[in-house]
Design a binder for this molecule. Structure first.
Ligand code: C5P
Length: 222
């Protein structure tokens, strides 16, 4: 049978992964955070000091990268060449550079291939920026999520502070506006709503309300 694929795209920090994980849990589907894959590449480029303008260096670096995703107790764990980098990829140095790295066509090519392979056999929920438009245009259900930027900044701030990270609300707000801008204006696979995606603005919705909204849409399609 053809896998049932749920694609969740949208702006930065609007709760895509929280909703995607909840839906996957409810349905017993695999959950894939595609942003974590771009963050893992970014982490490697930062560590190796790769010049993003140097196409040969970028391509050589990509050949050295092996990314593994594992379902851990506290969500998905990300391994880069065998090393657990789950915590590192959420920090500001990676957040500040990831949109530049993910705008490189060779980077996208490699990630999209890996993502499509994951969707060949099993039912899954994947969140990102181009999942419904590029990675799985045939997805069974496509959601485009958004929320007021102030609401998004506050949520991300509270999440990072709860993890003990010293961040300011202002730098988070700036970072997400910058990523929204870079993600929507890049030449390759910009963030855009697929014509057949359903829009979900969750500025004023609880997690429970979002989950029941999406479960209703899924049941209509099963
Ligand atoms: O989802 P998250 O905010 O962690 O993604 C980090 C960055 O990775 C995004 O700002 C975007 O630049 C990039 N990304 C992408 N395509 C995806 C997922 C993420 O370009 N499918």
């Amino acid at each position: 049978p053809v896998p049932f694929i749920i694609a969740i795209d949208g702006h930065s920090s609007c709760g895509k992964s929280t909703l995607a994980r909840a839906v996957a849990g409810e349905l017993g589907f695999i959950y894939i955070d595609s942003g974590a894959m771009y963050r893992a590449v970014t982490f490697y480029f930062l560590k190796k000091n790769i010049d993003l303008q140097d196409n040969e260096a970028v391509k050589a670096a990509l050949d050295q990268i092996n990314i593994e995703l594992k379902a851990g107790q506290e969500g998905m764990q990300v391994f880069l060449n065998g090393r657990d980098i789950t915590g590192d990829i959420r920090k500001m140095p990676v957040s500040n550079l990831v949109s530049k790295v993910s705008a490189i066509p060779e980077v996208r090519d490699k990630m999209v291939k890996l993502q499509r392979d994951m969707g060949k056999k099993e039912n899954l929920v994947m969140d990102g920026r181009d999942i419904g438009t590029v990675v799985f245009p045939q997805a069974s259900l496509k959601i485009f999520m958004t929320a007021d930027p102030g609401v998004r900044a506050r949520r991300r701030y509270e999440e990072l502070r709860a993890k003990g990270l010293a961040v300011s609300l202002e730098e988070i707000h700036k970072n997400l506006l910058k990523r929204d801008h870079e993600d929507t204006t890049r030449a390759w696979s910009p963030l855009l709503k697929a014509p057949d995606a359903l829009e979900l603005d969750n500025s004023c919705m609880s997690r429970e309300e979002q989950l029941s909204w999406i479960m209703k849409k899924i049941k209509e399609r099963l």
